[in-house]
Write a protein that binds this ligand. Structure first.
Ligand SMILES: [Zn+2]
Length: 424
């Protein structure tokens, strides 16, 4: 048993914001009560959360753990340790491993490795098509049986509208969300950043915002046609967000996520430094403004990291040649506090919602601070000052544009199934 004492409990599901004690027993929450009101059993382990925020466990619905196949960049063990240090209690891992997670045996392998790592929960996402090649539909039902929580060909879009329709029809019957990496391949071909004044100045090939929003338009229409649940991954463009907002207002089951780097940085921040190269690329100033508005008004459902480790040998090369993607777990909460809460863009409660209830809901789950719920807690400080040093990251990779940044606010402890898996 573990008693988390005297923390400021923030529970978006019940709108609770009060100093309380939380008793965890086994793998579930036993009791939540005003501070000092729980008669703790003898020998109970104590965690003093005085001055700290105690929230339901954070969920990251978009991460790359690189195992199997790219263990020199990350393993399930190092990735989940980095996730725990970032305050995440559960991460959904994308299927673009080697081999691709397009069948139940790969799904089971991932779950076995996660269990052995004993860090945070891992919820695999299965490929939409065999090998994510965009040709034949993958063995989605068998993967669901094995434990996938959603379907995606992330890294690229589901290639054709015909296949996307077929995947959506199938996933609708299985009650699985279809997560789309929205990108029109023909518009994005050869591009390494967002098209605009900065790409012209740097002489780098850019892709227009429409490379994303054209695909969002296709998928929203197919979601309407099929009745499927469509989730847009790492949404970066104002024009995409407007389509999600409109789809929601028409009652379609369309959701989206935004990454910390897209709500923090813009294309003007890009230099020839490959740590600023990700896909979708950093947007224009007006895109960032739109994302901030969407995070505030409820159009955006979740903050997701798109944690994408690449070992230095791959990433520390010319901008044009480097792979897309950056680390995300360890800086996500601090960036959200800095960019969203401390700047008064959104409330602290709304931020917690974007890390907890939001992602849970789109996976068909609940997240709340109540007896019987999983004993997963994220405990963080609003004023702990620290500097992110990527050389000390738990990840095997070092590709972060936020190396050396000083933050106010940090994850302080991560509790999964009643056990402290990380304590600062
Ligand atoms: Zn993607």
């Amino acid at each position: 048993m573990l008693l988390v004492k005297n923390g400021r409990v923030l529970d978006p599901a019940s709108r609770t914001d009060a100093v309380m004690d939380v008793l965890l027993g086994g793998e579930t929450i036993r009791e939540v009560a005003p501070a000092g009101k729980i008669a703790a059993p003898q020998n109970v382990e104590m965690f003093d959360a005085t001055g700290l925020i105690v929230a339901p466990g954070f969920i990251d619905i978009h991460a790359h753990l690189r195992e199997p196949g790219q263990e020199s960049s990350e393993t399930i063990e190092t990735g989940t340790l980095a996730a725990a240090r970032g305050g995440f209690t559960a991460v959904c891992c994308m299927p673009n491993t080697k081999p691709v997670n397009d069948n139940a045996s790969v799904t089971r392998f991932i779950l076995d490795r996660a269990k052995a790592a004993k860090n945070v929960r891992v919820w695999p996402i299965g490929a939409a098509s065999v090998g994510s090649k965009g040709e034949a539909i993958a063995e989605i039902a068998a993967m669901k049986e094995a434990g996938i929580v959603a379907v995606s060909d992330d890294g690229k879009p589901i290639t054709t509208a015909k296949l996307a329709r077929q995947v959506m029809e199938y996933c609708r019957s299985l009650n699985l969300p279809v997560i789309e990496h929205a990108e029109d391949i023909s518009l994005a071909a050869g591009a390494v950043m967002r098209e605009g004044v900065t790409s012209t100045r740097l002489g780098l090939r850019g892709m227009p915002a429409a490379a994303e929003s054209v695909c969002v338009a296709r998928d929203v229409q197919l979601a309407e046609l099929t009745g499927a649940q469509l989730h847009i991954a790492h949404l970066s463009a104002k024009s995409s967000l407007e389509q999600v907002r409109s789809a929601k207002s028409r009652g379609l089951h369309v959701t989206c996520e935004v990454t910390p780097h897209h709500f923090t940085l813009i294309d003007e921040d890009v230099t020839y430094d490959s740590r600023f190269k990700m896909n979708p690329p950093l947007g224009a100033r007006e895109d960032r403004e739109a994302l901030l508005a969407g995070l505030a008004d409820g159009t955006v459902d979740a903050i997701a990291t798109d944690h994408a480790p690449h070992e230095p040998a791959l990433k520390d090369v010319e901008f044009d040649k480097a792979p897309f993607g950056i680390l995300g777990f360890e800086t996500a909460l601090s960036l959200a506090l800095e960019q969203l809460v401390n700047s008064s863009r959104i409330s602290l409660m709304r931020m917690v919602e974007l890390f907890t209830v939001g992602p849970a809901r789109l996976l068909g789950m609940e997240r709340k601070m109540a007896p019987g719920q999983p004993a997963d807690l994220t405990i963080f400080s609003l004023d702990y000052s620290w500097t992110y040093k990527v050389k000390d990251s738990a990840s095997k990779s070092r590709n972060s544009p936020f190396d050396g940044r000083t933050f106010k606010g940090a994850p302080m402890a991560t509790i999964v199934a009643g056990k402290i898996v990380y304590k600062r």
